[in-house]
Ligand binder design. Structure first.
Ligand SMILES: C[S@@+](CC[C@H](N)C(=O)[O-])C[C@H]1O[C@@H](n2cnc3c(N)ncnc32)[C@H](O)[C@@H]1O
Length: 304
């Protein structure tokens, strides 16, 4: 949404409106319908979700109940169903159009029992009477001004053993020049075209098209432009009673980038596995999850 506003003035409601508008835009929907998924393997989702779902269902002695908040076209939901077809999964999203894509994907994936819920994340998490063993945010927390409040609100909906996964979020590395150069060299064609278009616009408008450092043309993507300080986020979550079992940084994206970026110190994406409060088995779970994730991923990651 083309609103240049200073970040301190932007409210959670402004961002919500920007997201509503963004995910009603047919170009965005087209991306999720045609482009996003065939290109990537999302191996990190498969490995992390499987590790967490296995440990939870073993401990609970039953299949888990999960919710994919800001679930969009359903990528995370379908991967959870693949990890354990018996797990009960709901997907919450505010966009009718994204939910329609998820509905089409249910047919493609042969998944009949994914429950689709149209709601804003905060409204859902504050009002649902359900408790979940696993709450997933995939490429989602960057859409909020206050991700800590969002995750702490989500934690209130966890069963006593439950976990939260947040995945596919940008660290502050995305602001670095070397990251920009590398993603331009190794990135996919559409990304290069977008970069070239924005350079042309910058030159034609004599620099006017670039927002000032504390202004953001697309407030729905504010945290994507800025990147998230994942270490600070994890510390603040720990202080708020959410214990980090796994904190990893990894090279999400194009297949070539997955191989190259870790060796350039550019593991730009992060994920967290969180649990509410302290449990006697936390250290064991943490070690087990980290081992499975490290050994299951075909690229170099950093565990923090
Ligand atoms: C970047 S997409 C990610 C979709 C999906 N989770 C994935 O990983 O592919 C963000 C999704 O969040 C949804 N969204 C944004 N703000 C939201 C909010 N406040 N409440 C619920 N959904 C929201 C959008 O409609 C969109 O489908």
């Amino acid at each position: 949404m083309a609103v240049d506003k200073k970040w301190v003035e932007v409210t959670e409601d402004d961002i919500l409106i920007a997201n509503i508008n963004k995910y009603e835009d047919d170009n965005i929907i087209k991306y999720y319908t045609e482009k996003a998924d065939p290109k990537y393997t999302y191996i990190e989702y498969q490995v992390i979700f499987k590790a967490v779902i296995d440990i939870l269902s073993k401990s609970l002695g039953r299949s888990i109940k999960a919710v994919d908040v800001c679930g969009g076209a359903g990528k995370a939901s379908f991967i959870m169903k693949k990890c354990d077809p018996a797990c009960e999964v709901s997907l919450v999203d505010l966009s009718d159009k994204m939910l329609a894509v998820a509905r089409q994907n249910m047919i493609k994936e042969g998944v009949e029992d994914l429950r689709l819920i149209k709601d804003d994340a905060f409204s859902f998490l504050n009002n649902t009477e359900q408790q979940y063993d696993l709450i997933v945010f995939s490429s989602a927390i960057h859409h909020f001004k206050d991700p800590i409040k969002l995750l702490v609100t989500a934690a209130q909906r966890l069963t006593p053993q439950g976990c939260i996964i947040t995945i596919a979020e940008p660290t502050a590395l995305i602001k670095s020049t070397r990251f920009k150069i590398m993603t331009f060299i190794f990135g996919h064609k559409e990304y290069k075209q977008d970069v070239v278009k924005s350079w042309i616009k910058y030159i034609v408008t004599l620099g006017e098209s670039a927002p000032a450092d504390d202004e953001f043309a697309d407030i729905a993507e504010y945290q994507t432009f800025k990147g998230i300080d994942d270490k600070a986020l994890s510390c603040q979550l720990n202080s708020a009673g959410l214990n980090t079992l796994v904190h990893l940084r990894y090279p999400a994206g194009d297949p070539l980038m997955l191989k190259v970026l870790p060796y350039l110190g550019l593991n730009w994406s992060f994920g967290l596995v969180l649990r509410k409060g302290k449990h006697p088995e936390d250290n064991r779970w943490s070690r087990e999850l980290q081992d499975k994730i490290k050994s299951g991923l075909p690229f170099k990651i950093n565990i923090l």
